[in-house]
Structures are given as C-alpha cells and as structure tokens.
Design a binder for this molecule. Structure first.
Ligand code: CP
Length: 327
C-alpha cells in the first residue's frame, strides 16, 4: 500500500501508479463504511479549499463540497464567470493567489484544447494540490468512482468484458474525458475492455496507444469495434454514453448530420438482452434519457447508476484526505 500522497496533484490517473490508485480505493471503502455508520471523519478540520467551475455540475460539485465538509473543512464554490478570470486573469496568478489562501484547489475546465493545459498551468504554479474535476481530456474523479462501483458489484474485475459504448444524445456536445479516462484505467485492472463507436467519434490515437500499453502491461485487453451489438454481446459491464466528435470536428454545434445518422446507437432493453444475465449498466450521469438510454434500462434491474453516483462522494473524499492530510 502506498502511503505518501500529501501535496500530490491529480490531473490524470495515468500519472498515478496502480498502487496509489489501490490505496485511494481502499480509503474510499473505509470512508464509505464510516459514512454508513455515522462515524466522524473530520480529519481536515480548519482546512480550506477552492472549487473552480467553468461549467455546470451536479455530482462533482456536491461530492467535493459535501465531502470536504464531512472531512471537517470548508470548500469555497467559485463560478469562474464571477472571478477575474472572466477579465483575463491568468491561470498562474489565480493558482498562486488561491494556493496562498487555502490548502487545495480543484477545477473543472472542459474547453477543448484548453482545459487540460489550464490545469497543468495551475499545477505548475500552485503550492497546494490541484485536483482535476474534469477537463477536455480526463475525468479522474469519475474513473475512481467507476472502478469502485465495479469492484463492489463484480468483486474480481479481471478478465471481465467491460464495454464503453458511444450513445446518441442531443443535450450538449459532451467532452471525451469520461471514455478516455475509462479506456486508460480499466485495462490496468486486467479487464477485457471493448470500445465501440460509430465512424467520426474516435478518441485520440495517443490515448488508444497508451491504453494498449496499459493492457499489455497489466494483463487486460482492448478491442475497438464500430459494431454496437458486438460490444453488448456477453458483456459483464456496459457503459453506453455519448461523447462529442471533438477529435475530428472542433465545432461546438451540438447536433449535426453525423450525429443524426447514429440515432440507433441507443441502449435499449432489446440490446441489453445480448449481455450476460447479471450484467451491470453504468453511466457517469447526467443521462440523456430517451436518446442515450431507454428509461426501462436506466431504471431497470441492470442499472447501478445511483450507486455509481454515490461513490463519487467516497472516492472524492479519499482523494482530498490523502492529498491534503496524511503523511
Ligand atoms: N458525472 C459528472 O461529472 O457529473 P456532473 O457533471 O454533474 O458533475
């Protein structure tokens, strides 16, 4: 077990060792048990942190804000449109100033080609941990909650068929950060990962190459297909979720002809029947109900989405506790 985390930035899980991620999960399970039994966990009493959001959030904001309060600290929620960032103040100046006033900074910035660079600029200039609450490329907090949920539901996750499947949605042009995080992370746990998407919705080639290296090193596999049925067939876990065509088309338009040509990429009861009988359906949420997934699936017996969402709390608390407290 790894025990030295204090001061560590979390920009992507790819930069954390498997041993470190295992420790995060171990602490998450411990904090979940304490949450269930009402045991006090105010290990970070007197600490302050800043939560900067360039975009909307339900799960991420509240898992961080409630989680930090349960750890005894106070989190300032910062809508960046009300900060001097909106008048052009730099990531460097923002990071230096906030890190002098508190104990950690967490930030969501999903603008394509901007978000990850922004977080790295903050990390280069901050004297306290920087936590990525989702950028254009990564969503490490979601990846941790997904992994925790799979371990809870499946036990041993090695050699399980886990299918990350593109789905049709019109709610907004979603970042690629959730599937990219999953495709990098899951092969490190020996899973047989399938990535299914229609032409035009590729993930970056460097990420696929890294995912293949992760699979080779840790005994998992990565299979890419443009055939949705193939990904559902005999799957233990399905994660049908929309992402935008950012790699091939940087327009911010939500609906275009390409998207409309793939309306059939929906998770239905009929297609779920191809999966194993005890398979689980996961989604980071929010789901575009009726487009990405039928209500009867997301509300049905395979779905674990609310447990997955709750695990955002426990994993976020573990990240805060280990990077801000401890050794
Ligand atoms: N899954 C997720 O990050 O949800 P929010 O956008 O509501 O934070």
């Amino acid at each position: 077990m790894q025990s030295v985390f204090r001061g560590k930035h979390l920009i992507t899980l790819q930069e954390w060792t498997k041993e470190e991620i295992d420790t995060i999960l171990d602490v998450s399970f411990d904090l979940k048990r304490k949450f269930a039994t009402g045991e006090q966990t105010n290990y970070l009493q007197g600490q302050s942190m800043f939560l900067m959001f360039f975009e909307q959030s339900t799960r991420t904001r509240n898992s961080m804000e409630a989680g930090f309060s349960q750890l005894g600290g106070h989190a300032n929620y910062l809508d960046t449109s009300t900060m001097q960032i909106s008048h052009g103040e730099s990531a460097k100046d923002t990071a230096v100033i906030l890190s002098r006033m508190g104990h950690a900074i967490a930030c969501r910035n999903c603008f394509w080609g901007v978000g990850n660079k922004y977080l790295r600029e903050m990390a280069a200039n901050s004297s306290v941990p920087i936590m990525n609450l989702q950028c254009d490329l990564y969503h490490p907090m979601q990846g941790l909650a997904d992994l925790m949920t799979m371990k809870e539901k499946l036990g041993d996750v090695r050699r399980k068929k886990v299918s990350i499947i593109w789905a049709y949605a019109t709610s907004h042009k979603k970042p690629i950060s959730v599937p990219l995080t999953q495709v990098l992370l899951f092969p490190r746990y020996g899973m047989d990962v399938w990535l299914a998407y229609p032409e035009g919705y590729d993930l970056p080639e460097w990420a696929i190459e890294q995912a293949r290296e992760n699979a080779e090193k840790h005994g998992g596999t990565l299979t890419i297909t443009h055939n949705m049925e193939e990904a559902y067939k005999d799957a233990d876990v399905v994660i049908p979720k929309n992402w935008g065509s950012w790699v091939t088309n940087q327009s911010t338009a939500v609906v275009d002809d390409l998207l409309e040509s793939y309306r059939s990429w929906k998770c239905t009861e009929e297609i779920m029947a191809l999966t194993k009988g005890n398979s689980i359906y996961m989604h980071a949420l929010p789901a575009d109900r009726g487009n990405e997934v039928e209500d009867s699936v997301i509300d049905g017996s395979h779905s674990v989405v609310y447990d997955e969402a709750e695990n955002r709390l426990h994993t976020a608390k573990a990240v805060m506790l280990l990077t801000m407290g401890g050794k």
